[in-house]
Design a protein around this ligand. Structure first.
Ligand code: GDP
Ligand code: ZN
Length: 461
């Protein structure tokens, strides 16, 4: 269904570089069987493990191990595939690859090329191919489970069901257009409006699920801001659970941005500790400040740390007007009243409160850890992470953008129906919505995008 199949045969090490008990060299393409004849002294029965020696082009034995042949289309890539499972040392692996490359018509695989070939041969759709990379890169058990569900087609099925709904309605509307006398009757008989409402509801459900899925993969960015000595580095350490940031009594020692990765219910949370953020004549310090602002502008939330032993003020605008003035609108702020263990005031560390309309306030002690669990819970909640939901699949930013685009067209179509009874315009919007959905599964995807997606995979995948 995509480009014509490879005429070249590709080879790469499928297992990680370095030492391992077993290392696997994978060969895919029309010459896979010729490679087997050259390197393996016995005939291979497809899909049957054969214990054998592997020889180079001089007939010298390189290693012994398991050879496996899969004939296309019943293989991962859909082409003939040969796997040589030898001893996992780099020299052995390199010698095996060299021996394969000695067979004419073979070359080294590009990153992600095996998966790309599987996609080209319709063994996987694009969302499933991406899920392979996401499964390999998964940073938590939940992310791995979600990636496996996407790989098994749960996300793709949801998308194709939605696509089917859109196509059916479009066909119905187009049929109505072909009978101009009855068009208005067709459009106003309630079926079109009803189907459109069903599509809007399905799309909303898929979008919510995909958003959860993308949280599993991309996580949230949190900035820890505040005056020197408020306890920013201590809070970072406490959230991260180890001493990564430098905690010190001297104001202004945290010069550069520090990023920590933690997980909350399987969601990666990227925490950015900021430099002092004061105007500074010091060049090095100024670079840190500029970088900090770049990170702040992309944050999902700011944790504004205040030293509760020094002030009872909880309005960030009052504490640090310059910072708040520069903070892009729409980035929500949580005020963290730190050092609850020292404060004369009774600081509640067991509940989240709201002040000044939209500012959330939470009391804790970065030192003793009191209130830290509540903060973690609060962060998960603000991202709308549904920790109880089973059956989550993984999704990427790209998928969310495509779903947004589809929704925009459905909304436009809805408007054309309601306001103008314009069947033709509705049909066109449905066509565009369907097209946006196919970007996710890759039915009509530009080579540029495909190149970008697959080149980010590792070699041998
Ligand atoms: P930063 O400049 O905002 O990064 O602040 P630090 O994390 O370096 O903390 C400044 C000082 O306050 C250090 O001496 C910390 O040990 C102390 N500190 C930070 N948080 C707490 C807390 O919750 N309780 C107490 N008692 N001391 C804290
Ligand atoms: Zn991370």
């Amino acid at each position: 269904a995509h480009s014509p199949s490879n005429t070249e045969t590709i080879v790469a090490q499928a297992t990680a570089a370095g030492r391992g008990g077993v290392g696997i060299v994978r060969v895919s393409g029309p010459k896979a069987e010729a490679v087997a004849r050259q390197m393996v002294p016995v005939a291979l029965t497809p899909r049957t493990a054969t214990y054998t020696t592997f020889t180079d082009h001089h007939g010298e034995i390189i290693d012994q191990g398991i050879a496996l042949l899969f004939r296309g289309p019943n293989s991962f890539t859909g082409e003939d595939v040969l796997e040589l499972q030898g001893h996992g040392g780099q020299v052995v692996m390199d010698m095996l690859i060299d021996a394969v490359l000695n067979v004419e018509g073979t070359r080294l695989a590009r990153p992600g090329e095996f998966s790309e070939q599987a996609f080209m041969n319709d063994k996987l759709d694009l969302a499933q191919a991406e899920a392979i990379a996401d499964l390999i890169d998964a940073s938590s058990k939940q992310a791995a489970r979600g990636a496996l569900r996407s790989l098994q087609g749960e996300f793709s099925t949801a998308i194709s069901q939605l696509s089917d709904q859109v196509i059916h309605l479009r066909m119905y509307v187009e049929a109505a257009i072909d009978f101009p006398d009855e068009e208005i009757d067709f459009l106003s008989d309630g079926k079109v409006a009803g189907d459109l409402a069903a599509i809007i509801a399905s799309l909303a459900k898929v979008k919510a699920d995909a958003r959860q899925g993308s949280l599993l993969r991309e996580g949230m960015q949190v900035v820890i801001a505040g005056r020197p000595n408020a306890g920013k580095s201590s809070l970072l350490n406490s959230l991260a659970g180890r001493d990564s940031a430098i905690v010190t009594d001297v104001a202004g020692t945290t010069r550069d941005i520090l990023k920590e990765h933690i997980h909350i219910d399987g969601m990666p949370v990227h925490i950015i500790d900021t430099a002092g953020l004061r105007e500074s004549a010091d060049k090095v310090e100024q670079i840190g400040i500029d970088r900090a602002w770049q990170a702040i502008e992309q944050a999902d939330r700011v944790l504004f740390v205040v030293d509760s032993t020094r002030t009872s003020i909880i309005d960030p605008y009052e504490i640090w007007p310059d910072f708040m003035a520069r903070l892009p609108a729409g980035i929500p702020t949580t005020v963290v009243r730190n050092k609850a263990d020292l404060s004369d005031e009774q600081i509640a560390t067991n509940s989240v409160t709201t002040a000044h309309g939209d500012v959330t306030v939470i009391g804790l002690s970065a030192q003793t850890g009191e209130g830290i669990a509540l903060l973690r819970e609060h962060l998960a909640q603000t991202m709308g992470l549904d920790t109880t939901s089973e059956g989550q699949f993984i999704a990427r930013r790209r998928h969310l953008d495509a779903l947004d685009k589809a929704q925009q067209h459905i909304d436009n179509g809805h408007y054309q129906l309601e306001e103008n009874m314009a069947g033709e315009l509705l049909a066109e919007e449905l066509r565009l919505a369907h097209q946006a959905l196919t970007e996710i599964t890759g039915e009509f995807t530009s080579d540029d995008l495909l190149g970008k997606i697959f080149s980010s995979f590792c070699i041998g995948k």
